[in-house]
Write a protein that binds this ligand. Sequence first.
Ligand code: MN
Length: 248
Amino acid sequence: MDRYTFLQRSLCASTALLAAPLMHRAIGAPHEQNIAEPVVHPFPTPGPSDLGLEQIKLPYAYEALEPYIDRQTMEIHYTKHHRKYVAEVKAALDAEPVKATNAEELFAGVSVCSPKLRNNAGGAWNHNFFWQVMKPGVSVMNARVKDALVGSFSSVEAFKEKFSSSAKERFGSGWAWLVKTPEGRLEYGSTPNQDNPLMDVSDLRGTPLLCLDIWEHAYYLKYQNKRDEYITQWWNTVNWDEVARRLG
Ligand code: MN
C-alpha cells in the first residue's frame, strides 16, 4: 500500500468512526431525540472546485458537432446529465471528508470512498474530459500522435478498430479510453459506469488521452439502438490536437 492509499484509507475509516457513536445512540436510546448530529470533519474537506471537478464551459455550441452528434443530445447531456454529476459531487464531499488536493489523488484512492463519491466524481471528470477531446470541423492528427499509435498498434486504423471494438463490447454503460501507461506505452480499453483509468479500482490504468462516452444518453436520441453507428460516426469529432497535448 503506498502512502497516499494509506492516508486515504485512514480518512475514510475516520468517517466510519465518526458515524458509529451516532448509530449506537440511535439504536441504544430510542427515547432520545433521533436527530442526526452534524458530522464534524477532522480537517477541512475540499469542494469540487478545489479538486478541478467543476463543470467546464462547453468549448463549442450544442449544435457544433452535427451531423455526428445532434444539438438536442449535446444540450441535454451537458445541462442535465453532466451538471447533475457535478452537483452530486458537492453533496458527496460535504458528507465524506477526503484529503485529496486534486482529482488524480482522489481517484488514486477512490476504492475506499463511497459509491456516491466515486460515481459522481467520475461523472464530473469524465465529461469535462470528453467535451475537450471533441471539436467541430476537420482535425488532423499530428506526426507525434500518429507515430505513437503506429508504434503501439501497428497502424492508426488498427488502433481505431481496437478502440471501437472495446467500446462496442462494453456491456451496459461505460466509457472507452486510450491511455498512456507509466511505462510510456499506449493502451486502450473500457471502464464500467463512471469509472476511469485514474481510479485504483480500474483494470485499465494510465493517463487518459482520449475517451468516448458509451452511455445510452450520449447517443440514443439520434442513433437509438445503433451504438455501433454512433461509435463509427464519433471518430469525425475527435480533437487530435487535444490528444497530442495530453500525450506530452
Ligand atoms: Mn454521459
